[in-house]
Design a protein around this ligand. Structure first.
Ligand code: PLP
Length: 396
């Protein structure tokens, strides 16, 4: 199925009266929908019904579609029999679910450069300063693991939502595992750009709306044991296998159902699976090469008046996300939208400690930090999108 963008030809009118194609350069916030997702949802809708509840053609078609979606996502992340794929609302939901499923006493180790979704949910937190290089990340992590003892969960992003930089997941996984710890990867920004899998990570979380499937679902995939032993994330129907007459007289379901209380988001799951299926068969190397070509075009063309921020240095590999320091990020973003028909994002991108550090405003408050301007792209982005934002930035 197709990875073409739905609404690729969306037009906006500029103050001059000229009509231009909207240049969407805010994929890191929410990517547009691809045809595969829209088509899968459209095809299922005439048979839409309850999942795991009921009889008849709608319910059975919907139940089959939902479980098939799980199988496809399992293939996408390389899940085996020791893993579960749980449909959630988004990455935030997935990470909160995992945070509540940790065995008692688990220490969580997290760098402060994380998106708030991967910074705030964790109990018993050992928070490390964002490192200045991958080697520094491994060094401070090892020190923390030595201090901590078992059980521990290390949780890191796969790709930064601020700088786009890739984190050394394979090395972090090897280190964590050497100390008997587990690794969770926030793949919200990685999954749309690079293959992701459970070969390194013990848990992966990502969002449909960032993976071209904006129908309100997300994924937590990972090892079953902690998940099956944990209290259900949402107490209610679906999560319960048997309920007696007294409050404590109940048996919880195991497997994904344990944490998917209530009626699931069938269309969201089916949309994610459709994109996963399309990506499984796509030429990922070619997609990667095209994204890197656009990234180079953007970075090479940035005017001297702006400064690109980075944690690991300008040569470190990254996905199609670039944040720049400009005088007035919010005002610049507004002008780009109003005068040029370009959508970007300004601010602190739910990563306040990291943005404060990258802007050199380490002592500033969230309220006073102006933040950064972020340009992000992906499937369907063009040279013209990049050239237009560069031309606009040069004209300021
Ligand atoms: N993690 C990262 C790296 C993100 O960029 C985001 C969203 O921007 C999230 C987590 C949270 O994703 P969601 O808002 O879909 O829960």
């Amino acid at each position: 199925m197709s990875l073409d963008i739905v609404g690729d030809d969306l037009k906006v009118e500029l103050p001059t009266g000229e009509s231009v194609r909207f240049a969407h350069l805010d994929y890191a916030a929410s990517a547009p929908c691809v045809a595969a997702a829209a088509q899968a949802v459209g095809e299922l809708l005439p048979r839409y019904g309850s999942v795991h509840r009921g009889t008849g053609v709608r319910s059975s078609a919907s139940t089959i579609a939902y479980e098939l979606a799980r199988d496809v996502v399992a293939e996408f992340v390389g899940a085996g029999p020791e893993h579960e794929v749980i449909f959630t609302r988004n990455t935030t939901d997935a990470l909160n679910l995992l945070a509540r499923a940790l065995p008692e006493g688990t220490v969580t180790i997290v760098f402060d450069g994380e998106h708030h979704a991967n910074l705030l949910p964790w109990p018993n937190q050992l928070r490390l300063p964002a490192p200045g290089s991958p080697a520094e990340a491994l060094e401070s992590l090892e020190e923390a693991l030595e201090r901590t003892g078992n059980p521990a969960l290390v949780t890191v992003t796969g790709a930064s939502n601020v700088t786009g930089e890739l984190w050394p997941i394979t090395e972090i996984a090897a280190l964590a595992h050497r100390y008997g710890a587990r690794l969770a990867v926030d793949a919200a920004q990685l999954a749309p750009h690079r293959p992701v899998g459970l070969a390194d990570a013990d848990y992966l979380a990502f969002s449909g709306h960032k993976l071209y499937a904006p129908f309100g679902a997300g994924v937590l995939a990972g090892r079953s044991d902690w998940l099956d032993a944990a209290e259900p994330y949402l107490r209610g129907g679906g999560a319960s296998a048997a309920v007696g007459d007294h409050p404590g007289d109940l048996e919880w379901a195991t497997g994904p159902a344990r944490h998917e209380g209530g009626t699931p988001n069938l269309l969201g799951a089916v949309a994610i699976a459709a994109v996963c299926a399309a990506l499984i068969t796509a030429d990922r190397d070619a997609l990667h090469a095209e994204e890197q070509r656009l990234l180079k075009r953007l970075r090479d063309g940035l005017p001297d008046t702006v400064r690109e921020v980075s944690l690991f240095g300008p040569d470190h590999p990254r996905v199609g996300i670039v944040s720049i320091a400009v005088d007035d990020p919010a005002g610049t973003a507004q002008r780009l939208a109003r005068d040029h028909g370009i959508g970007v994002r300004a601010g602190q991108f739910c990563a306040h400690p990291l943005v404060r550090r990258l802007t050199g405003d380490a002592t500033g408050s969230c309220a006073t930090t102006p933040g950064l301007l972020r340009i992000s792209f992906g499937l369907g982005s063009t040279d013209d999108d990049i050239d237009r934002v560069l031309a606009a930035l040069r004209s300021y």
